[in-house]
Design a protein around this ligand. Structure first.
Ligand code: ZN
Length: 151
């Protein structure tokens, strides 16, 4: 169980208990729904853009601790970022949670999101961690159909 304790780090648990930006954005100009059938995680991500800048981002839905904490921390990280900054961060986050890169020593600053690097040891949980990010991308692209981690 030591590995699981590592995975569910304090910060992940804290965010899953009290997710940030867990609300609807009434003024959202983009939104999308994402689903992870392997775990049952399902979220809606709301975006309000100001030109190229993410003016507001929030989410609602239900899921496991990892998926919820990831969505919570994603909204914190992306608010105020440009679209291209956000896409770079997603790319970097994806590399780290899939174990293709280490969280340290990289020019792109993951910040607190580096806590998810432990997820790379648990392949079934990787989808939980990236669901919110896929849903964010789908929102940017105004996808009408719910996106699935299994597509
Ligand atoms: Zn999950």
């Amino acid at each position: 169980m030591a590995d699981l304790r590592d995975l569910y780090q304090e910060v992940i648990l804290e965010h899953s208990r009290a997710p940030r930006n867990y609300r609807e954005v009434k003024t959202a100009d983009h939104k999308a729904e994402g689903y992870n059938p392997l775990c049952g995680d399902r979220f809606i991500v709301y975006l309000e853009m100001d030109g190229d800048v993410i003016r507001d981002i929030a989410f609602q839905g239900s899921g496991c601790a990892i998926s919820k904490a990831s969505a919570s921390m994603m909204t914190q990280s992306l608010k105020g970022k440009t679209r291209s900054e956000a896409e770079k961060l997603f790319e970097r986050f994806h590399e780290v949670v899939t174990g293709r890169a280490r969280a340290n020593g990289d020019p792109v600053e993951l910040g607190k999101l580096a806590v998810f690097s432990g997820v790379s040891e648990f392949p079934t949980r990787v989808k939980c961690a990236i669901l919110a990010w896929h849903t964010f991308e789908a929102a940017l692209e105004d996808k009408q159909e719910p996106v699935s981690t299994e597509d």
